[in-house]
Design a protein around this ligand. Structure first.
Ligand code: SF4
Ligand code: SF4
Length: 405
């Protein structure tokens, strides 16, 4: 067998001391505290290979030649939303134990997925997504020419060149058009002549990296960066946590440093409120709870760019909101189940995870669930419908757009 891509992480993989904090963190908290949303999934509670400890052991077996790459192994590794909670708890525990056990679990899983992809062990659905993205630049099996159709009727389309460019992303372009429309409206209210790459915006490449096709992800990244440079961007704004993380973390890891300021829309909105360029004029009367996306949270903690305070600060400024927190928030946020290619790989498990998060939101007594990612929005709102919940889902940009003039 030729050298596996995951071998570059061999030292880290062998650092796992099988302490189990990536499964159960209750020794550091008062109440029982579980870590892996998959391992705690109702359908497969306690399934060891779902946790980081189990996954790392399996990769060790492969590296030692005791296990060959096979479909069961592929299924196991593609069944993970890459929420990064195992990394977080492993890191916290090992730091407290004064060890030097830094293990980048999600990077290891994704490197292993690259090996699985190279071995042809991807699902037909993921294969279709990759082929479609080459052809039409999006993973939703939609036509590229329809990408701009999120602009509401009667609204002037944004220019294609500006120093502030909005990178819409595939999910908001094709599925959660409400979030793209609200972001455009909000930025215009603040007097920003925001541009959108059309017809040059392509998928950010995040799904390709999550599936394991690193070469395609790099091609998409290079295209998007060149197009944004050509459009004259000095700042690029994102309403999607996945695209934002791709530009902030994945592009540099692929050797591409974006030469612009990168801003999540909610971070920019808070600055605009502070500068008086946006004013809140209306109440939003509701009991609201907030879901922290993994991609604007744990995935950005290591570069100190996590967005935990900003959405809470925005919520605090909106009159009429009674804000209630869920039990698991910020670095302990429980994943919505959509990420890591899981929603397209196994929608049943992905939605089962989302239903667990909706139950947690309901326990707060809130009637509105909000977040800052169209992909979280999609999974959580689907889970709300499927579980017959009365909660309403809004992106925080939508709420802000409703209360500003
Ligand atoms: S917490 Fe880290 S070191 Fe401990 S078992 Fe999990 S992956 Fe291994
Ligand atoms: S990334 Fe999340 S779902 Fe995947 S193994 Fe780690 S804790 Fe479990």
């Amino acid at each position: 067998m030729s050298k596996l891509f995951v071998e570059q992480f061999k030292e880290e993989i062998y650092r796992c001391i099988r302490c189990g904090y990536c499964r159960d963190f209750s020794r550091y908290r008062d109440s029982a505290y579980r870590v892996c949303p998959l391992r705690e999934n109702d359908a497969t509670p306690g399934f060891e290979p779902y946790s980081a400890r189990g996954r790392l052991m399996l990769i060790r077996f492969v590296l030692e030649g005791k296990l060959q790459l096979n479909e069961k192994l592929a299924d196991l590794f593609y069944t993970c939303p890459t929420c990064r909670n195992c990394w977080d708890k492993c890191y916290v525990a090992q730091t407290r134990l004064k060890g030097k056990n830094m293990i980048n679990q999600v990077e290891i899983y994704e490197a292993f997925r690259h090996d699985l992809f190279k071995a042809g062990l991807i699902s037909p659905r993921h294969k279709q997504i990759l082929e479609w993205t080459v052809k039409e630049h999006n993973p939703y099996l939609e036509k590229h020419e329809d990408r701009i159709k999120w602009v509401p009727a009667g609204v002037e389309p944004p220019p294609t060149k500006s120093d502030v460019m909005y990178f819409v992303g595939c999910t908001s372009s094709y599925r959660q058009k409400n979030i793209a429309a609200a972001t455009l409206s909000l930025l215009r209210k603040a007097g920003i002549n925001v541009g959108v790459l059309y017809p040059d915006e392509w998928c950010c490449g995040s799904p390709m990296l999550r599936i394991g096709h690193r070469e395609l992800a790099k091609e998409l990244a290079e295209h998007n960066i060149a197009a944004l440079e050509k459009a004259g961007a000095k700042m690029v704004v994102f309403s999607c946590a996945g695209c934002y993380r791709a530009f902030k973390v994945d592009y540099p890891a692929l050797g591409i440093e974006p030469p612009f300021e990168l801003k999540h829309a909610i971070d920019l909105a808070l600055e605009l409120l502070d500068q008086g360029k946006l004013s809140i004029k209306k109440d939003f009367k509701a009991k609201v709870t907030l879901h922290d996306p993994c991609h604007t949270g744990r995935h950005l903690v290591h570069i100190k760019a996590e967005l935990y305070d900003q959405p809470r600060e925005v919520i605090k400024r909106i009159p009429g909101i009674e804000f209630v927190e869920m039990e698991r928030i910020r670095r302990n946020s429980w994943c919505c189940g959509a990420g890591g290619g899981l929603r397209s790989y196994n929608a049943d498990i992905s939605l089962a995870l989302a239903k667990n998060r909706v139950k947690e939101a309901e326990r707060t007594g809130a009637d509105v669930l909000t977040s800052i990612c169209p992909f979280c929005y999609r999974n959580l709102s689907d889970a709300i419908k499927l579980s017959g919940s009365n909660m309403k889902m809004y992106d925080l940009v939508e709420i802000l757009d409703m209360v500003t003039e």
